[in-house]
Write a protein that binds this ligand. Structure first.
Ligand code: GSH
Length: 238
């Protein structure tokens, strides 16, 4: 049994995407959703910090690790995707070149597409006043990253090559992640083809179905309390 500490955001969707793809691949891992209401401050609870010291979800606890020992906890969505792919032997090729390509694009997402898209969303959707420099800076960088993806997908069906992998699952939720900033695919036909193909997968529909089940308020404007928990953080005390 896997406990998935989750809230329906792009980083949370990455893990439900993989867990649902594993069902369709015939290697289902039983999982239980443990909601972490990040707008209510649940990410600061000591029990959660014990497994996710950066006070962010997703995180998992695997109660049946491969070595048969005590439960294993994992934080950071990229590390979780890699851990579950290695546990099941799926969506991360075992051949040298396929594995390298998958990890390249996984960490490209973790270090680039995710953080830059998050900042773009912050300055366009959540910032209390518009800051032109930040809007331009992150908007330009995200457009550049979409161009990098488009070029890659012009020659490959998926990011890591011809096989759907955890690199695609990491990137998909960050394309058009904000309702108020719909994805503009006009200059990126290959990215559009890839996005539509993943959207049409049955596992994607099931992964995203958790959204309304776990947070019926998803998509509503943030309350003052939610803003305080998410954007008013100060450094942790020793
Ligand atoms: N690099 C982390 C980022 C996770 C992350 O930013 N999670 C956000 C929601 S998408 C969160 O939990 N925020 C709560 C907070 O910042 O206190 C990962 O990929 O797991």
């Amino acid at each position: 049994m896997i406990d998935l500490y989750y809230w329906p955001t792009p980083n949370g969707h990455k893990i439900t995407l993989l867990l649902e793809e594993l069902v369709d691949a015939g290697h289902a891992l039983e999982y239980a959703i443990k909601p972490v209401d990040i707008g209510a401050g649940s990410q600061f609870e000591p029990a959660f910090l014990a497994i996710s010291p950066n006070n962010k979800m997703p995180a998992i606890v695997d109660h049946a690790p491969a070595d048969g020992g005590a439960p294993v906890s994992v934080f950071e969505s990229g590390a979780i995707l890699q851990y579950l792919a290695e546990k099941t032997g799926l969506f991360l090729p075992s051949d040298l070149r396929g594995r390298v390509a998958t990890l390249e694009w996984l960490y490209w997402q973790m270090g680039g597409l995710g953080p830059m898209s998050g900042q773009m969303g912050h300055f366009n959707v959540y910032a209390p006043e518009p800051i032109g420099y930040a809007i331009d800076r992150y908007g330009n960088e995200v457009t550049r990253l979409h161009g990098v993806m488009d070029k890659r997908l012009a020659r490959n069906e998926f990011l890591a090559g011809e096989h759907f992998s955890i690199a695609d699952m990491a990137s998909y939720p960050w394309i058009g992640a904000y309702d108020k900033l719909p994805a503009d695919f006009s200059a990126f036909p290959h990215l559009k083809r890839w996005h539509h193909a993943i959207a049409a997968r049955p596992a994607t529909a099931r992964a995203y179905a958790w959204k309304d089940k776990v947070n019926p308020r998803a998509g509503q404007p943030l309350s003052e309390e939610e803003r305080r928990h998410l954007f008013g953080q100060s450094p942790p005390r020793a």
